[in-house]
Ligand binder design. Sequence first.
Ligand code: SAH
Length: 365
Amino acid sequence: MQQQFEAVSMTGGHGTNSYANNSLLQRDGANLVKTMIEEAVAEKLEIDTFPSVGTFNITDLGCSVGPNTFLAVQTIVKALEHKCASLGLSSCMPEFQVFFSDHSSNDFNTLFASLPPNRPYFATGVPGSFYGRLFPKASLHFAYSSYALHWLSKVPKEVLDRNSPAWNKGRVICLGGPREVFEAFSRHFGRDVEAFLSARAQEMVSGGIMGLIILGRDDKVAEAKSPIGVIGGVLGSVLMDMAAKGTIEEAKVDSFNLPIFTPTAKEYQKLVESNGYFSIEKLELVRDDSDRSSDVAIDPKMLAMHGRAATEDMVRKHFGHEVVDEVYQRGEKKIMENSHLFKNANVLLPSLFVILKRKADPQIA
Ligand code: SAH
């Protein structure tokens, strides 16, 4: 049985269950790395080596509908203006073009309608998957992406095959189950990272910078206990409870997996190195188990709403709209029972912060 969705999209619009109203945790993460982005632009971006830049091209890949993308873009543009000014380029300050990019199914109408009115940049929407080419050759100076690259291009087919040792029966996430399931997801993630980096390598100018925030995994925490392991486990057990009650078919649960892989810093570093087009300027896990800097407190309802905004579209397409409310009501209850695992937002969203620089071509060979 095939999964019914092809592209993952967050819930659009401005309603109670929308991504726009349920992405505070992601925003909190972007704030935490604001300083790091500013440093990357100030210290790593060698604007003066670019052939006279009239227009500075920036993209946010997997931008969703806002508001987080606007905050991130504002940070990047401000940092660039500051950099140009510090280099004495104030009189010939480049103009900024921002490409907001996401799947074509993303709610671009909501995004465009909420663009900040006095923005210091030109705004464009670019539809399509970031696992393929989206921009002309050597046209991008800064590429940003936050909380998007853990979404795989699709669910690996082995995990849906009842004859494969990697069949993920009765479960919807790759963590905390059979090793073969984890390995199938890990291999697929590796291929996706390779496709992502190779496409960007074509599109970025030499010396261009990528700032990536990726939902990651702390290698000191057992996979099943990692936040995504726990949340995926909750969703899987809710669906199995509903199958036991006869509300949904068990075979439908077996054929449903969240196309998510959360890499450790080491796993991601290996993939970037084997791709070879980018130098690693920074790659570290932030907001890990030991980090207590966030002041966003977690409550089970909020967590269920965040989970809903990110997964509702897939759940509805696969199981039908009539079961959606029940899935998330049951989910909230189960999260409540496990609330000791989610004391604050850091524990919830361990994130890789990655700064990559496009190598100059002669270095690549
Ligand atoms: N960057 C925003 C949104 C994160 S939600 C923030 O930090 O709040 C993840 C986004 O990634 C979604 O909008 C989803 O549609 C997008 N996405 C996932 N896979 C993608 C792909 N292959 N190509 C383009 N966008 C993708």
